[in-house]
Each structure stands twice: as C-alpha cells, then as structure tokens.
Design a protein around this ligand. Structure first.
Ligand code: G6P
Length: 602
C-alpha cells in the first residue's frame, strides 16, 4: 500500500526509481510518479494507472539526474488523479515530497496554511506536509522537515528533496516502514527491501521519529543503527515460469511448511526448538492466558491457533482482529502473552494493537514473515515463518507458514506444561512428513481447475466447516471474494440452520470442508440439510471416503493427517479453486481491484 523509493548517487536515477517502483507495486497502487533533479530544473512526472503509463511519459523525454524520488500511490484521501499522485510540491516548486501513511490532522493544517497564503494542487492529506516544510524552510531541508513533523498527527514514511538545498534526501518515519540502502557512492531509501535488494543488502531500518539525511558521499541519522543482512534473494520476486505470482505462491505451499519446520523439530524429544524464545523460556512457562491478534487471512490462522493451543497446550486463548483489539479494554496481566500474527509485520491495526500492549508492559510475541519488519522488531520475542517473499496481494503460502508455526508453538508451550511425550512426538513427526503430503494435494490442481469451469457462472458461494476447519471456511470464502469478486460467505456448519439456510437453493453452491475427523458426522448432517433444499455441494473430504460421493455433487480429496493439521491440507485446494475461478473470470489475480498487500493505514 503506497511505495516509496529514493536514490542519490552517481548513476542516472530514472531507471533505478522505475525498477524500484516495479518491485513495490505488489503492495497495491493506482497511480505513480517520480521527480528527478536534472541539470537545471526538477522534473516531476506522474501518471494514473499502471507504471507502464508513467514509463511511456518518461520515454518521451530525455531526463538525466543523480537524485530523485519515486512513489506508487494507493488512494486514501482524494480520487485517483494525476494531481493527487505523488510527488507533491510546494507553492514555489522548491520542495518535492513522497509519503506513505495518513496525516490525520491534515484538514486543520490545510485551513491554517491556506490562510497563510499557501495554494494547494490536490485533495490529499500528504500535500499539507509539503507546504509545512515550505513554511519552515530557511535553507536547511532537514531542519524544515523536523519542524514540520512536530505539527503532524498520524503516520508517515516520507522522503523529501529541495531545489534550494540540493544534493540531499531527507527521510523520516512514524509507524510506516522506511529503510535505507547503503552502497558505495550511492544511497537509497525505500518502504520495502524488495525495491533496493538488487543494489545492496546493507540496510538500516529507520526507527520511528528518526530523520535520515542522505548525501552523495555520506549519510547521517539521529542514532547509530545496526546493519541488517537481507536473507532472501532477488530471484524470489520472479514468477518462476508460472503465469501469476498467486499460482506460484500456492504451488510453494508445501515448501512454506518445510521452511517453517526446518531445523526446529526435535522428534525424539517430542518437542520443538524456537530460538527466538530461548531468552523468555521461563516467562513463557508462567503464561496462563494467550491472546492472538491479526488481520485478514492471518486472523484465520489465529482462530485455528486457538483450537490448537487450547486443546493441546491447555492455555485459555482469545482471538481478535487488530482493528477491534486496539480499541478494546482487554483483561490482561503479567501472566498474559499477546501473539501478533502478520505476514508483512507492517499491518497498521496489528501494530497499533501491539503498541497498546507494550504500553501495558504485557509480553508481546510475533509470528511474522518479513524479517526486520516493524512487528518483528517491536515484539519481545518471536518466530519467523520463513515463507519467502509473498508478492500476490492475497496471502497464500504465508498463511500455511503461519499454521505450521502455530502448530510448533503449540507443541513448544504444550511440552512446557502437561503435553505427554507421546503426543508431542505424534504432532512433531506428523509435521515432519507434512510437506510431502501437501505436495500430494497439489496433484489435484487440474481436477480443481475443472471444478472451477463447472462452477464459474454461479454468483454466490457458501463455505462451511467445523472446529479446526471452521476458520478455513472463512479463509476459502475470503480468498474467493478477493480473487474472483464473487459473493462468498464462510461459517461454521452448525450455524447454517440459524438463518443462513434461507439462502440455499439450486443457484447457491456450498463448499463443505468435511475431513474424517471428530466432527465429520456433524458435517454430514449439515450437508444433508443443504441437499434437502437442493443446494449443490462440493465436499472436501479425506481420501478413501466413498460414502460422501453419494451425498454430494463433487468431491475434492485430501490425504489423512492429524485433525489439528487438516486446515493446512484443506487450504490448498481452496486457494487453487479461487485462483482458477479468478483466471476464468479474467480478473487481475495478483493485484485484485481495491485491495492492497500491506495495509499500512488504519
Ligand atoms: C491485506 C492483504 C491480506 C492479508 C492482510 C493482513 O488485507 O491483502 O492478504 O491477509 O492484509 O496482512 P498481514 O501482512 O498482517 O498478514
């Protein structure tokens, strides 16, 4: 959601900025722009729609300059227009600024600035910052930025350049990610490591309230920061022969399990090793209440985590979405731990919830995919899911990585308590074989594609499941909505009769997740209820279940595994189904309309 890239060095900035933008657009965008300081005047070009539109405009002129900023915008304040696209500039076209985040008090600031004579060109909250910097500018850009930011409420990652204080980029952040890339004779600034990884792996994560000043030959920030080594390779962002990142990432789901468990399972001890928890082991033993907080797809892994943690670790567990939790008054004490689950580690509502818990000095833990993300840095301890970079907007393999990680966390906490060695061994050894079992599921891709062909003209879908697979019904429905734009709802099978059955008829198919587990018979009753009302049913059942064939219209089979791990296997066909539906409906499957990968605003 909004991407920033900045370059200062000896090379021509244009191509570096464009390449950086291409690597950031997966975050979600609807317009883009760049500013480059050429030999004489700053050149600022913006375009609505795809980056290619911006490139076309750039190609029609010859622009050279060693300093510039780029931005891709995902509209929050003001429509998708060129005027609202970044970079924004001040009245004198001296200051150019790009921003990720939201300035909450922009209306009052704008009023004040207009009274003082500033003229605005856009409807955005961001432009206020540009004029504020102008107001305080007296020849030193960082000084003006520092003063301007004092007046601002909200969140920001910004990069600013000025014609009258040239040869520098000033960058600052508060609750929006911003990293500096350090290279010989050049510096970059970006909201995402993927935008700079082809230039350098030496990065500094800017912290909240820090201001960085990048010059052609040196840089400084308020505090010294440790260098972080990025662990993934540029190849991660290539489609690897698949038509879409979405399909590539679904196909990598077995690998996501493998990466999550690699080196962590201790089969003989019936336990797991989570290095990130070493230092807080003793504190974890005393925890008697857990709260799992997440957003979107990650919140469904939290719901599954609750089933696992209560059944096998015996710890009372609550689940909430970040957008609700941050405004609640949860009952917590020194024996509560709050676990934040996020692929990006940058989701605004999850991070705000984390800050609330930090204020109360509650133990905060993270289950995060992106290394060095705000969540990873701000939590007391955590586990990386190691799912690799996820580019498609809708989360897929990262969700699988979260489920595998939560299963390990359950064993870790369970074995600290009453979980028997034999039970620990059972879960751990089943987890160790799960990547291969998951690969089996992928073999049914062509059957699932055929099913999508059969069902592509239906406009509404139910997804039902119970116990561990009730959240998977929600995930199946969300993924279908996100990718295919069809109406889908996911509920616990037992809830059907409380109102929802009223919608069932021949035109409203149901996908019933009914593996052979402790609630299988209950699911069969739910399927009967649907069939009695002529609703078409696709069942997701355990291999060798022949009975189910006589009851439903279509069956997708998954292999047998432990009940607590079935959500991992059940997810794969549902992700594939949504993917194929979206492709058949000719949707932009990697970048669904109106959505963003990393929701860094409230
Ligand atoms: C956005 C993405 C979803 C993701 C959610 C939470 O809505 O489009 O795919 O599940 O954010 O993101 P997180 O990075 O916190 O897991």
């Amino acid at each position: 959601m909004c991407g920033i890239i900045g370059y200062i060095g000896k090379k021509n900035a244009i191509q570096i900025l464009i390449n950086g933008l291409h690597r950031e657009i997966y975050r979600g965008y609807d317009s883009s722009g760049i500013v480059v300081f050429g030999k004489n005047e700053p050149i600022c070009i913006k375009a609505v729609g795809k980056i290619e539109n911006l490139e076309k405009k750039l190609n029609s002129q010859s622009i050279e300059g060693n300093l510039g900023l780029g931005h891709c915008r995902w509209a929050t304040h003001g429509e998708v227009t060129e005027a609202n696209a970044h970079p924004h500039f001040d009245c004198q076209k001296n200051i150019f600024l790009v921003h990720n985040g939201i300035i909450e008090n922009y209306k009052e600031l704008k009023k004040k600035l207009e009274k003082e004579g500033h003229q605005f060109n856009s409807d955005t909250d961001t432009e206020v910052l540009t004029h504020l910097v102008e107001k305080y500018f007296q020849g030193n850009l960082e000084e003006a930025v520092r003063k301007a930011l004092r007046e601002v409420r909200g969140t920001y990652g910004i990069a600013v350049i000025s014609k009258k204080d040239p040869q520098k980029i000033v960058a600052a952040k508060l609750s929006s990610p911003l990293i500096l890339g350090i290279n010989k004779d050049e510096f970059l600034i970006a909201s995402d490591p993927s935008a700079i990884i082809t230039h350098t792996r030496q990065v500094i994560n800017l912290d909240d309230n820090e201001i960085a000043v990048l010059k052609p030959d040196n840089f400084f920030i308020l505090r010294e920061k440790p260098l972080t080594q990025i662990e993934w390779t540029p190849g991660d962002e290539k489609k690897g022969g698949y038509p879409h990142f979405m399909l590539k990432e679904i196909m990598e789901e077995p690998e996501a399990i493998e990466n999550a468990i690699k080196g962590r399972l201790m089969i003989e001890e019936g336990s797991v090793k989570l290095g990130g928890f070493d230092e807080i082991q003793e504190r974890l033993r005393k925890i008697n209440k857990l709260i799992l907080v997440a957003c979107g797809t990650a919140s469904y892994s939290a719901r599954i985590g609750k089933y696992m943690l209560e059944e096998y670790a015996g710890i009372p567990t609550e689940v909430d979405v970040g957008s609700e939790f941050r405004y609640r008054k949860p009952i917590v004490d020194k024996n509560t731990a709050v676990i934040f689950i996020s692929q990006s580690g940058e989701t605004a509502d999850t991070l705000a919830s984390l800050q609330e818990m930090k204020k109360k000095e509650i133990l905060t833990l993270g289950v995060t995919n992106v290394v060095g993300s705000t969540q990873a840095r701000e939590t007391n301890a955590g586990v990386y899911t190691r799912s690799g970079s996820e580019i498609a907007v809708a989360s897929s393999k990262a969700f699988i990585g979260q489920l595998a990680t939560l299963a390990m966390l359950t064993v870790y906490l369970g074995r600290q308590r009453d979980m028997a060695l034999i039970m620990g061994k059972r879960i751990v050894s089943e987890l160790s074989g799960l990547p291969d079992i998951a690969k089996e599921v992928l073999k049914s891709a062509s059957e699932i594609k055929e099913l999508a062909e059969k069902y592509k003209d239906f406009k509404n879908f139910w997804f039902i499941g119970r116990k561990y697979n009730s959240p998977i019904a929600s995930e199946g429905a969300l993924k279908l909505k996100e990718l295919s734009y069809l109406h889908a709802e996911g509920i616990g099978g037992g809830e059907l009769k409380h109102g929802h059955l009223a919608l069932i008829d021949e035109s409203f198919p149901t996908i019933a997740i009914c593996p052979s587990d402790s609630v299988y018979e209950k699911m069969v009753s739910n399927i009967e209820e649907i069939k009695a009302r002529k609703g078409p049913v696709i069942a997701l059942a355990t291999k060798n279940n022949k009975e189910i064939k006589n009851l439903v219209d279509d069956v997708i089979y998954i292999p047998k595994t432990l009940e607590m791990l079935t959500p991992i296997l059940a997810t794969i066909p549902l992700h594939l189904f949504s993917y194929y539906m979206a492709v058949l409906l000719k949707n932009d499957v990697d970048k669904p309309r109106n959505l963003a990968k990393s929701v860094t605003v409230e």
